[in-house]
Design a protein around this ligand. Structure first.
Ligand SMILES: [Zn+2]
Length: 815
């Protein structure tokens, strides 16, 4: 049967082929190359004979006139045109006969972009998707509860957070959560709501609430039902609120009363080191920054083609700001363009034509300036953003170049000496090290105050507070309040939204003064693990992008300083990278490749559980200041709860040196009980709010130090048990449980378990332990090891002892 399309095709072919050859050749002289072109023409792709093999083909013509000619001939052109070396590339829907007809006219018809084979593939894929959807609709889905928690925030407001994963991953799956209003109440008495489907990089992650739901009563259970038939009921547990020892009555806090620039911050930690020499010292980082400094610039002109700009060779403060440029129109006719320099004053004498009008183009002035030895010793000129500069320039009075920098003279324009404050009674590398660093992103003004407040609390409470003394006596703490001092100065004094450092890696095309707020490297994308250069997502190679990764991994001195510090002090085991805003607590992995959402390796099951347990402690500490409850949905691996951040520093520390690399985003959304909405706080909230954030997250950093101390003191061996969770006549399933976060290594073949044996893994993202299935009675041998390296029963995995755990799991009638 002929489709309507076939009919249309046939008509079109007739039109083309009906053109008299002579007429078409004379009408299209540009195409009338008598030489046969068949050798240059790629053969058509194999296409099915269905619908006459009509395909979308590439056609190359010399110019626009030829495109119009094709149009006049009735060729079915796509709305697409691209300049190529030989002229213009257009695309035409053509049958094989039509294509041959055009080739016979000497037209360069090339390969297919899309043909009937592609159509067939698309149809097959669509049928498969339909079949899958039908199958999914027929099957009841399985719901895996990930988390169901209630928590308090701020003025004792109560919230519910639920995460559930459906086995039906398509967008038609709708989950509904229903909860009670306390013990012995109706299952739906608390409320009911539709959950939202969370996807990332095109993949289904799980269902959740967009933000936690306000509660009037604390529920005991939540039931989640799916429109696919699945249903699951789970207990609601309490998130955060771990009981903390009250600080001693002598405990002092609150040492920040304003946003501070990096010079002030560095001055403060230097003063602390001088005041507390027995428990602190300053560590000078070896790589100085490029400095809070810029070339001086001036731009002339208004229209793109007639605009040019100049940049001084010396930095502004080193003489660039003293240079001036004037564009003078001579009174005479037929004057030649020339440049004269007197001291730092550059005068461009513009050229004129016979009627004494200016005839110097922007390009001519640029060339004259760059070609004059005295001028080019002072400055470089360029047309505007790569424009050819054919427009005529206008006269301009002498204009001073400027570096546009507005910081007061207290801020040095020289390369900045970055410093960290090392705090510890015994600073010889024998104590567990913790690296707290803040303000990688310049505009996150609260973050350096968090680091500074933590440092002040440690040194000023050391003498009177026993808990503080334990931390300082037993840890080796490195506090770097500002990891991006140049950008920090720029953000405070020049452009408040500056995220990156100040180093300009753009060429002259993006070097004009209006681009000055678009330069710099995103330091949290400049590291060497999972970077954009390795193909990971979430960073840019464009010099003006706010996530510009730099010209290469570790190109920036600020990033190299972090690497140096963690290499220099290998006792560092924990690191906290403090950012803002949103209220997050995160850990690796922090990056994936977009194709297939291929993550950096996830941390193992025991470590993941350790991070969750640590987050409960650390976030409970955050909550002590004013009640802020960080959401469970904003706790977890960066890739699971935020996004992919290629080349970030936490991944650098974890994957290259085994340092537990955590991230804070301070500034949790604040709940407004009147509007019943969470409101974001932004990078630079009014100081009253910024102060609260600094206080609560400094408490969180102290919580991290407590975790580090527990880690260094941990001599307790983990205990584990094997739980059989299912038995049929032909198989059994089991898993392991440990009394503290720990990894379990096991064997099923009767061999002695070692650190090379199979490791228990999570069943999935944010899920509990996997279930292991066996089909015959099996002796399972295993041991557990915690993050501090303590092994259950003091078993030596690499020794010969038999003090591993073992248990027979039975299948069928075996007794
Ligand atoms: Zn940030």
């Amino acid at each position: 049967m002929r489709s309507p399309l076939n009919g249309r095709r046939a008509g079109r072919v007739a039109v083309v082929l009906a053109l008299p050859l002579a007429l078409s050749l004379s009408a299209m002289p540009v195409l009338a190359d008598p030489a046969p072109q068949t050798s240059e023409v790629a053969p058509d792709r194999q296409s099915s004979t269905e619908q006459n093999g009509v395909a979308l083909l590439r056609v190359i013509v010399p110019d626009q006139e030829s495109v119009e000619r094709l149009n006049d001939m009735g060729v079915d052109l796509a709305e697409y045109k691209k300049p190529v070396d030989e002229g213009l590339e257009v695309h035409a829907v053509l049958s094989p006969e039509e294509a041959q007809g055009l080739r016979d006219l000497g037209i360069d018809v090339r390969d297919a972009i899309f043909d009937q084979t592609d159509v067939a593939e698309n149809r097959v894929a669509r049928q498969e998707a339909l079949a899958q959807a039908a199958e999914a609709a027929a099957d009841v889905d399985t719901l895996t509860p990930l988390r169901a928690e209630w928590f308090t925030s701020l003025d004792n407001e109560h919230f519910l957070s639920v995460e559930v994963k459906s086995s039906a991953i398509d967008a038609q799956t709708v989950l509904t959560a229903t909860w009670d209003s306390g013990k012995d109440t109706a299952p739906d008495s608390g409320g009911t709501t539709t959950m939202s489907r969370f996807t990332d990089a095109g993949q289904y992650m799980y269902h959740r609430f967009n933000s936690p739901l306000a509660l009037t009563a604390v529920p005991t259970k939540v039931t989640i039902t799916s429109n696919r038939g699945g249903s699951v009921t789970v207990p609601v547990t309490k998130w955060l609120g771990e009981k903390r020892k009250a600080p001693s009555k002598h405990y002092v806090a609150d040492f920040v009363d304003r946003y501070m620039d990096p010079t002030e911050l560095t001055g403060r930690i230097t003063a602390l080191a001088a005041e507390f020499p027995k428990i602190t010292q300053i560590v000078d980082l070896p790589n100085k920054t490029n400095g809070y400094r810029r070339a001086a610039q001036a731009q002339f002109g208004t229209a793109t083609a007639s605009t040019f700009y100049v940049s001084s060779k010396a930095y502004g403060h080193e003489g660039g700001n003293d240079i001036s440029v004037a564009l003078v129109k001579p009174d005479t006719a037929s004057a030649a363009l020339s440049v004269s320099v007197s001291g730092k004053d550059v005068v461009v004498n513009l050229g004129t034509d016979a009627s004494a009008a200016i005839n110097s183009t922007a390009k001519a002035v640029v060339d004259a300036l760059n070609g004059n030895a005295a001028a080019s010793a002072l400055l470089t000129a360029a047309t505007y953003r790569g424009n050819a500069g054919a427009g005529l320039v206008a006269a301009a009075a002498a204009t001073k170049l400027t570096d546009n920098l507005k910081a007061p003279a207290t801020v040095s324009r020289d390369p900045f000496q970055m410093k960290a404050l090392r705090i510890g009674k015994k600073r010889d590398g024998s104590k567990v090290g913790v690296f707290l660093y803040c303000q990688e992103h310049a505009r996150e003004w609260v973050t350096p105050l968090v680091c500074l407040e933590t440092a002040e609390r440690l040194v000023r409470n050391y003498a009177k507070d026993a808990e503080t003394k334990k931390l300082v006596d037993n840890l080796d703490i490195f506090v770097m309040p500002t990891a991006n001092p140049d950008g920090g100065h720029y953000s405070l004094y020049d452009y408040n939204s500056q995220r990156r450092n100040m180093t300009n890696h753009c060429d002259v095309t993006n070097g004009d003064p209006a681009r000055r707020n678009s330069w710099g490297v995103d330091l949290n994308r400049n590291f060497s693990v999972g970077s954009v250069f390795d193909g990971y997502n979430g960073a840019s190679t464009t010099c003006t992008s706010d996530t510009f990764a730099g010209p290469a991994e570790l190109s920036e001195p600020e990033a190299r300083n972090q690497v140096w510090l963690t290499n220099q002090f290998p006792n560092i085991k924990f690191a906290m990278n403090t950012h803002s805003y949103g209220g997050y607590f995160m850990w690796p992995p922090g990056a994936y490749k977009t194709a297939g959402r291929e993550l950096l390796p996830r941390v193992d099951y025991g470590t993941e559980n350790y991070f969750w347990k640590a987050s409960d402690h650390i976030l409970s500490a955050v909550q002590t200041w004013r009640g802020t409850g960080i959401w469970p949905g904003r706790t977890g691996p960066v890739t699971d709860v935020l996004y992919s951040a290629a080349g970030n520093s936490a991944d650098e520390h974890w994957y290259n040196r085994g340092i537990i690399g955590w991230d804070f985003e301070v500034g949790a959304d604040v709940y407004n009980p009147e509007t019943k909405r969470f409101q974001a706080v932004g990078f630079q909230p009014p100081f009253a709010e910024g102060h609260e954030e600094a206080m609560e997250f400094a408490a969180g950093q102290i919580g991290i130090l407590e975790i580090a101390r527990s880690f260094s003191d941990d001599k307790k061996q983990p205990k584990s048990e094997l739980n059989v969770t299912g038995q049929t006549g032909t198989s059994a399933t089991f898993t392991f449980k440990t009394d503290e976060p720990a990894n379990v290594y096991y064997t099923l073949d009767g061999s002695r378990p070692t650190l090379n044996s199979t490791k228990l893994v999570a069943a999935g993202m944010r899920e509990s332990a996997q279930q292991i299935t066996i089909d015959k009675t099996t002796e399972v041998r295993w041991f557990a090891v915690d993050i501090a390296g303590n092994v259950e029963n003091n078993y030596k995995p690499d020794g010969n002892g038999k003090n591993y755990r073992n248990e027979k799991v039975k299948v069928g009638d075996a007794r």
